[in-house]
Design a protein around this ligand. Sequence first.
Ligand code: FEO
Length: 170
Amino acid sequence: MLDKKVAELLNAQINKEFYSAYLYLDFSNYYAEQGLDGFANWYKVQAQEERDHAVLFMQYMQNNGCKVTLDAIDKPDKEFASFSDPLKAGYEHEQYVTGLIHTLYDAASAVKDFRTMQFLDWFVKEQGEEETNAEGLIKKFDLFGSDPRALYMLDSELAARVYSAPSLVL
Ligand code: FEO
């Protein structure tokens, strides 16, 4: 059995990951409405990854004999005034999620729960990659976003992103 606090944080993380998926679908819808189908695709794929993260947390809890409780998912409430707003909001959100993973890691470490720490190692690395990707999108947009032809090229590049299943298998 897992420590009570660790189990609570793991369960809470399921909701956060599903919220991340919901948030990125909201971003995807915004870009689709604006005619930027590549950006829309990029966030739709990101949403699939977030849903995978939620399921990984669920599976880990179940593998360790813990009951999973699914909570209501918050409504995404961001308003966007420019194409770059979701990119910035996405980067901030990933930094927030990194903080949640670190808090969880701290809790597992405090009770010497090495199994959970090892499970979380994948997420620590994944968050590093996701922050880098999110920041990279902002940099590209800052460089190319104001030129329509360059924006078209960037949108085409983002249209090429395809979903691949997570490398972590439980
Ligand atoms: Fe699953 Fe991007 O946090």
